[in-house]
Write a protein that binds this ligand. Sequence first.
Ligand SMILES: Cc1cc2nc3c(=O)[nH]c(=O)nc-3n(C[C@H](O)[C@H](O)[C@H](O)COP(=O)(O)O)c2cc1C
Length: 336
Amino acid sequence: MNLDTSYLGLKLRNPLVASAGPMTQTADRIERLVEAGVGAVVLPSLFEEQIRAEADRDERLAEVGIDSFGEAMTYLIDPDASIWPRQYLGLIERAAGYGVPLIASLNGSTVGGWTDYARAMQDAGAAAIELNIYYLPADLAATSPVSARDNEQRYIDIVTMVKSAVSVPVAVKLTPYFSSLGEMAVCLDRAGADGLVLFNRFMQTDINPDTLTISTGFKLSSPGEATVARSWIARLRGQLRASLAASTGVETADDVVAYLLAGADVVMTTSSLLRHGPAHVAVLLDGLAAWMEGKGFGGIGEVRGLLAAEADAAGPGYGRSGYLSAVQQVTRVHGR
Ligand SMILES: Cc1cc2nc3c(=O)[nH]c(=O)nc-3n(C[C@H](O)[C@H](O)[C@H](O)COP(=O)(O)O)c2cc1C
């Protein structure tokens, strides 16, 4: 079965992408994912804070001078914080030759010089940049708390800066938490984003009543979490120039199929690879191919967007009519 497709204008052998996470953190792991068949790989994020730490380190080393280099290395420098950016570029250089597009990821929240690092990633061989803008406008005690407009403008400004630094495509990984996500998607599209990744999954802090402590609240995702991203992809399909990538809740081949039917150009997975290892790539791809064959589809283009919102305008689908029929259905079943 031919699963060829494209994403961000790049040619991919299939629409399954290993998203940012521990499975894409080393050259060996990336090689195993490529051998297992993934269409593309997104590296874990390089954080704005890590880039700043590297810049600080360089500055301090320049200040202490060559004679006290050893002392500086020992006492002044936090090696873990500052060395990763350079290792990251080395990882790109190595893994860019593995035969599938390698997408580097930048994670930040302010408009600043760190966005120049996108250029270094491109020069090291990244086929595209994924921009994960993680900003929580939660400082309500500030003299002027951040307005929804300012918050959204920040995203657009960062995208504009990164776009001006590179010639490779730039995707933006979004959260669903905007006052008007549809408008945000249109604005990012107009600002030049080549792709939108729906969605980033926050590692939200949680509370443990037994131990009376705060925890990271981290859990791998489950397929039930995919519905928000899937509904938004179905709504955005055909409305934007940007490609659409699905991220969250893929566990089985059916989850991949459902995202493609909604209109995703590619389907990403992290949790399922952490749960089952790289061999799971073949399970997902074989399941996708078998489903397409069973339904008589000859290529990904025939499947993509078949159940996007416009295909469903009259039915009980993604809008309020779908909401109403869901409420009626659940009431019929459980309301007696
Ligand atoms: C342990 C872990 C580390 C992650 N690190 C990153 C990261 O560095 N950058 C990023 O954009 N997303 C990161 N993610 C988010 C994943 O790329 C993905 O968007 C999210 O887990 C939802 O997909 P899933 O349901 O397939 O896990 C991470 C996820 C996990 C589980």
